[in-house]
Every structure is written in structure tokens, then in C-alpha cells.
Design a protein around this ligand. Structure first.
Ligand code: MN
Length: 238
């Protein structure tokens, strides 16, 4: 474990004055219970959640100064998602430094994006505390590691996983109107239902099917964008 910590410190580019903090940040509650360790990362994660949130928003605010607030909110929601934080955590191979109980290991927990995101948040809280709550230092360290990843993610338009939100942004701006969704049909047995949904805005209309109402709505919204607002979509994501 000691050697592992040193290895991680090298990746992070920070030497802990109190290595116990880093150890705590990497200790899942299941491991603590199994091995009677008196600490786990939950409290650090609680603090780290806000710190990582702040670090990402700060970066977003500065780098994308032309984005209106609605778009900032959409991008933020993507950046603080488990999926994106998991990607950042993997850059340090962080998942492989977490101490997990055998039972969780068997459940494949080490591959779970939520574990990666939690450990990532906890590690940032540990750095923050160990540095004497030096926000400036933490902000610089974070940027050094992840500024490029964040910029790349935003520029690729990867944050638009939510077509309903995207369509609404487009139609509000262009037509001063929100799209509406109507369930037209649901058929099939309970365990294998198909939903047919209609999306309308002004005189435009698309329909799509899905295994859930939500999925059908997302598909109808995506179709609406592709068929009627492709140009605006490309403008927004470029
Ligand atoms: Mn979390």
C-alpha cells in the first residue's frame, strides 16, 4: 500500500504531508468494515464533491466566456457527471488504487463509474486539506492535469447526451417556443412494452418508438433536431 500511495502521489504531482489523508480518500467503506479500519472516504467525498464542482465551473466560466448561462448549465451537468469524472479518474489509473472489500470486487465494483467519481472527489478533498486549504494551489494543480480534457469534452459536443434539453434550447431561441411530447400508443406485455411518442413544436412534428417513454421522447427530439434544426445543432456544438 505504501508504495502504491507513492506511485499515485507521483501521478498527481503532489507529496502529502499527511499520507493518511490520501489513504482515507482511497478507502471504500466496504474495505473499512471488512478490515476494521476506522475511516473511509465518505466524508472526504462529501467535501470533494463541492470542490470538484467548483474547479470545473471556475474553468468553464473562464474558458467559455461566450456561453450563455443555459448552455453553461448543460455543460456543467455533463462535466460533473459520474461518467465524465470517471474518465478523469482513469487518467491517473485511480480505480486501481482504491481499497475495496473482496465481496465488492466480486460484484465488479472496481469498474463502476460511480466508484471512480467518488474516489476522484475524495482525493481532491484530501489534496485541498493537506495543502492547508490552499484553493489557489488546488486550482492550478487541477488545471495542469485536466484543462485539456475539459476543453476537448466541451468542444466535441459530448455533453449533448440529452436531446430534449438541446432541442428546447434551440426552439426557445429560434421560435420562442418549447417542444411538447405526447404519448400516442403503448403496446406489448409489461416486461416488453413499446412506447410511441410524438414531438411537436409549431407546425413541425416527429414520432419515435422506445422501450420507455423517456427513451421514445429522446429519440423523437433527436429526430426533430436532425430533420429540422441540423444547422443550429452544428452551430451550437462547434
Ligand atoms: Mn460522489
Amino acid at each position: 500500500m505504501k508504495r502504491d500511495l507513492k506511485e499515485l502521489e507521483e501521478k498527481v504531482g503532489y507529496r502529502f504531508k499527511n499520507p493518511r489523508l490520501l489513504e482515507e480518500a482511497l478507502t471504500h467503506i466496504s474495505y473499512a468494515k471488512e478490515n476494521r479500519v476506522p475511516y473511509n472516504y465518505e466524508r472526504l467525498e462529501f467535501l470533494g464533491d463541492s470542490i470538484v464542482n467548483y474547479l470545473l465551473v471556475d474553468l468553464l466560466y473562464e474558458k467559455f466566456s461566450k456561453f450563455p448561462v443555459g448552455k453553461l448549465a448543460t455543460v456543467k451537468a455533463y462535466l460533473i457527471s459520474e461518467q465524465f469524472l470517471s474518465e478523469l479518474a482513469k487518467k491517473w489509473d485511480l480505480p486501481n488504487f482504491v481499497r475495496l472489500a473482496q465481496s465488492e470486487e466480486l460484484k465488479g465494483r472496481r469498474q463502476s463509474p460511480s466508484l471512480h467519481a467518488d474516489a476522484f472527489e475524495a482525493v481532491w478533498a484530501a489534496v485541498y486539506l493537506d495543502s492547508g486549504r490552499n484553493v489557489d494551489f488546488v486550482r492550478k494543480l487541477f488545471r495542469k492535469h485536466f484543462e485539456k480534457e475539459v476543453e476537448r469534452a466541451v468542444k466535441s459536443g459530448a455533453f449533448y447526451t440529452d436531446y430534449k434539453t438541446l432541442l428546447q434550447e434551440i426552439t426557445q431561441r429560434l421560435l420562442k417556443e418549447k417542444p411538447t411530447y405526447k404519448l400516442l400508443k403503448q403496446e406489448g406485455p409489461d416486461h416488453d412494452k413499446t412506447f410511441l411518442v410524438e414531438c411537436t413544436v409549431k407546425n413541425l412534428r416527429t414520432t419515435a418508438e422506445g422501450k420507455t417513454k423517456k427513451e421514445a421522447e429522446q429519440r423523437a427530439a433527436k429526430k426533430m433536431i436532425e430533420e429540422h434544426f441540423r444547422e443550429q445543432f452544428e452551430k451550437i456544438t462547434s
